[in-house]
Design a protein around this ligand. Structure first.
Ligand code: G6P
Length: 609
């Protein structure tokens, strides 16, 4: 989940690499570094911490080479200090940047030490540099040395390699994490994703797993795992879809929260025909909902919670049972799968290693593979039989917001389509649900108006050490999402619980110091949630209730804070209630003074297990 960049250019490339790394910083920000080839020798600048530290270093000591590589790191092997920062050198002849994990690095390291190589870092990456250098020492040409080294590596990697004597050569390789080639005019580029390369080109070729490539000013050669030259398709990206800018907002996260009415609307329009009042009417599906016994959903983090909401929807509206799993558990669970079943994978990045591994397990089990992804051209998107894109646009804040509500929008449309296909929803019922979905952007907009009140709540929350979130039915995943958001960006401990489960343990935690955020639209189960709130109130717990007008009118407990949304159809409540839940976490984090967009220890795209 580090970010890598490489450029074979015609001018000093360090400023360009910095520009690209800025767009990759969401992947990791423990350290950063750049190396270029300068008059036949390799030079590098590295700095612990964020990219700004590297920029400071480059200001006082610029790099002038025309060919270079860069890296922004999310530490896996070795602490995040400068000596572990990439690029790593060997013999001052080879420089390497790497994203991923080399599983056999201990064995390779012992072998290389026995061969006289000296290790300057604790990273797994350094073995790659030494392996390539050993190939050169043994008389191999640079490309051959790179290929021989790559063939020794086990694990997940995306690499870029420079050779001191080859100013017109940049080698890249991919096995697992993504690597994109950018096509330029007299210069060519490598990057972890298309967004990184957007300032230079909108023409991209993604390497396939096992591919490696050699870039020069005027040429791009791609080889498969057996070293055979291969062609990979070029894709054009629309420039504006790659723009990454905070606008007037203080953080990307806030900008992305505010984009939600628009991106939800954009996403729904892709799946729902509001005139015919039908869901997924235009899509030719490679499977038939009517013939399915169950669906298996796997995902991680916030995407998993979107899947959990979808379980309620598929079971309610389509009477279609759903098995939902955290992908890191599913991939090793050896679940028997029905013949011709449907497996759905939800992922913002489309690169999450555990989700991808689950997809491949289901592929081997002969399942139809559907993917709800935000990044087009991502590995999960490419390996699926059918992709249901979320049209959220680039999500930069590490804590997912707009991707979540867009995932929910797609999944709601799928559940309604499944209901119709299975004869569980009449045309009239489908039309009613479609009309309800069409209201989501409007209600999301109204939810944003609660921000002033939410700031007051955030002041209270910033003073506590623990927060409990409760909800039932589709609000239960929302409670978990609220707790996850608060934990990840404010570092306050929070738990999301099914409100009915409170009495089986967490109720012991309730006292006057424990705020309890209750997500409770006035739905078919509202009265039950109110009973659970009574249990909290009776023990002095401080309730923050997020509900609607009817819920507020019928609530028999006196919450410390009350957030009132308009009454709305039940199906859209999880989409709309996500916004106040996100804003609570956001404002609490701002008051706590944490790094909202890049919280500690996290990364946006998790391409390691
Ligand atoms: C990371 C991110 C989360 C995200 C999860 C799954 O942990 O910080 O925000 O929900 O990965 O990522 P995906 O890209 O598969 O949705």
């Amino acid at each position: 989940m580090c970010g890598i960049v490489g450029i074979v250019g015609r001018q000093a490339v360090a400023p360009m690499i910095v520009e690209a790394l800025k767009r990759l910083e969401y992947r990791g920000y423990d350290s950063a570094g750049i190396a270029t080839i300068e008059h036949g020798h390799l030079d590098r600048r590295r700095a612990e911490g964020k990219l700004v530290n590297l920029e400071d270093r480059l200001r006082s000591r610029p790099l002038i080479g025309h060919t270079g590589i860069g890296h922004t790191r999310w530490a896996t092997h070795g602490v995040p200090n400068e000596s572990n920062a990439h690029p790593h050198f060997s013999d001052d002849r080879v420089a390497v940047v790497h994203n991923g994990i080399i599983e056999n690095f201990r064995e390779l390291r012992d072998e290389l030490i026995a061969d006289g190589f000296h290790f300057a870092s604790q990273t797994d990456t350094e073995v790659i540099a030494h392996l390539v250098a050993r190939g050169l020492r043994d008389g191999l040409a640079p490309k051959e040395a790179a290929r021989a080294a790559i063939s020794r590596l086990r694990g997940a990697f995306a690499l870029a390699i420079l050779f001191k004597d080859e100013e017109n050569l940049l080698v890249g390789a991919r096995n697992g994490p993504p690597l994109a080639i950018g096509h330029g005019d007299g210069e060519n580029y490598l990057g972890s994703d298309a967004i990184a390369l957007a300032p230079f080109t909108n023409t991209i070729t993604y390497l396939e797993d096992g591919d490696w490539c050699a870039l020069s000013h005027d040429g791009i050669d791609i080889y498969d795992v057996d070293g055979r030259p291969v062609e990979r398709a070029m894709q054009k990206f629309i420039g504006s879809s790659l723009l990454v800018d905070k606008g007037n907002h203080r953080h990307f996260m806030l900008k992305e929260i505010y984009e939600q009415p628009e991106v939800i609307s954009h996403t729904l329009a892709n799946y729902v025909d509001f005139v015919a009042e039908r869901a997924l009417a235009r899509e030719a599906l490679p499977f038939d909902f009517a013939g399915l016994e169950r669906i298996a959903i796997s995902a991680c983090g916030t995407a998993y919670l979107a899947g959990l909401v979808a379980k309620y929807w598929f079971e309610r509206y389509a009477r279609l049972p759903v098995d939902i799993d955290i992908a890191s558990e599913f991939r090793y669970r050896e679940m028997p799968m029905p013949k011709n079943g449907l497996a759905l994978f939800i992922s913002q990045s489309g690169e999450t290693a555990d989700t991808l591994a689950s997809l491949r397990y289901c592929r081997a089990e002969g399942q139809h593979i559907g993917a709800v992804v935000n990044v087009r051209g991502s590995t999960i998107a490419r390996e699926a039989d059918i992709v249901f894109p979320t049209l959220a646009g680039p999500e930069i804040g590490v804590a997912s917001t707009k991707a979540f509500t867009c995932q929910l929008s797609v999944l709601a449309a799928l559940a309604v389509a499944a209901g119709r296909a299975r004869g569980e929803l009449s045309a009239e019922a489908e039309a009613g649900l479609v009309r309800a979905l069409g209201e989501a952007p409007r209600f999301a907009n109204q939810a944003l108006k609660l921000e002033g009140q939410i700031e007051k709540i955030a002041h209270d929350l910033s003073k506590v050490r623990h927060v409990l979130y409760l909800g039932r039915d589709t609000s239960y995943p929302l409670a978990m999402e609220g707790a996850l958001k608060l934990k990840e960006i404010s570092y306050i401990h929070a738990e999301g619980y099914a409100a009915g489960e409170l009495k089986h343990g967490p109720i012991a935690l309730i006292d006057e110091d424990m705020p309890v955020v209750v997500v409770a639209p006035h739905d078919h189960i509202y009265e039950k949630t109110v009973s659970n709130m009574q249990e909290v109130a009776a023990r002095g717990g401080r309730i923050i209730l997020i509900t609607d007008e009817r819920g507020a009118a019928e609530c028999s407990v006196n919450p410390e804070h009350l957030l009132v949304l308009p009454d709305m159809p039940e199906i859209i409540a999880p989409i709309v209630y996500a916004l106040p839940v996100q804003l609570i976490a956001y404002h609490t984090a701002v008051i706590m003074g944490t790094d909202v967009d890049q919280p500690r220890n996290l990364a946006k795209s998790v391409t390691v297990e």
